[in-house]
Design a binder for this molecule. Sequence first.
Ligand code: BDP
Length: 326
Amino acid sequence: MTYYRSIGAALLASAAMVTAAAACETTFRSSDTHPEGYPTVTAVEYMGELLEERSDGRLCIEVFHSAQLGEEKDTIEQTQLGVIDMNRVSLGPFNNIIEETKVFSLPYIFRSTDHMHNVVDGEIGDAILAEFENHGLVGLAYYDGGSRSFYNSQKPITSKDDIEGLKFRVMQSDVFVDMVDALGGNATPMPYGEVYSSIQTGVIDGAENNWPSFESSGHYEVAGYYTLDQHLIVPEVLVMSKAAYDKLSAEDQALVRQAAKDSVPVMREQWEAREAASEEKVRAAGVEIVEDIDKTPFIEAMVPVYEKHVTSEKLKSLVEQIQAVD
Ligand code: BDP
């Protein structure tokens, strides 16, 4: 009896799912490098629920997590070409494509997550999102990416001098290559998915990231030293292919934009919780954490990085505007 009842329930449930899926006139394929349950993934899934509800089931999103559609540099190109409809990525890999995004990727540009929120939630954030439209993309929203710090397999970094000679993977952006070089290390730009095995085999000594990525990627298993120098607070960004966006009516475009915006507070809440949970897991695994490092030499070392990358009047003014925000 119970058996038949549960089969009946399962059939009904799958019939309901088929009906819901069939009602979607358009399903946007959205890429993410992170695994199921990671806050960037669940945020876009939540956006999809809002969109489906508000479009009476016409517009849906399917999130392809765990880099199923590829690594970020490639998926960005595919999103520009319209092969992928949506993409949640770090802003870093856009630096070499959209100059203006560099200002949010400069080391120590944001004083805190609150400062970053105040900037991206305001006019400067909107202005940078608008730049994506000149590159085949529509910038929809910013998500949190915590603060990034160095980890490695060799030794605890207790001062800037300990970085000398260490080989770090960075995201594919010249800003980050120059950042590591300016600290005396050697930078290797590399796709995220190659970092674990590259540390394991000694191709690189380490990388840099936030607590949730350090944990979910398993990098903490092969890099047992983490130093909280917090050199970067790079926002994550959710973009849509302009090709997909332009096919929508003005009303549907507004629905997409609004659903993306409405997913932001949910993402931020989940991010905070995940940061704490990841930190706990990494600490419990016995990773040696250097917390009270003097950041002044790190900040001072960044002067040539700013000089090299903040050259146009436009970028200089953006940097000044960011610094003036509370
Ligand atoms: C993570 C970002 C992800 C990047 C990754 C990286 O969320 O988008 O791909 O860092 O370092 O924090 O490549």
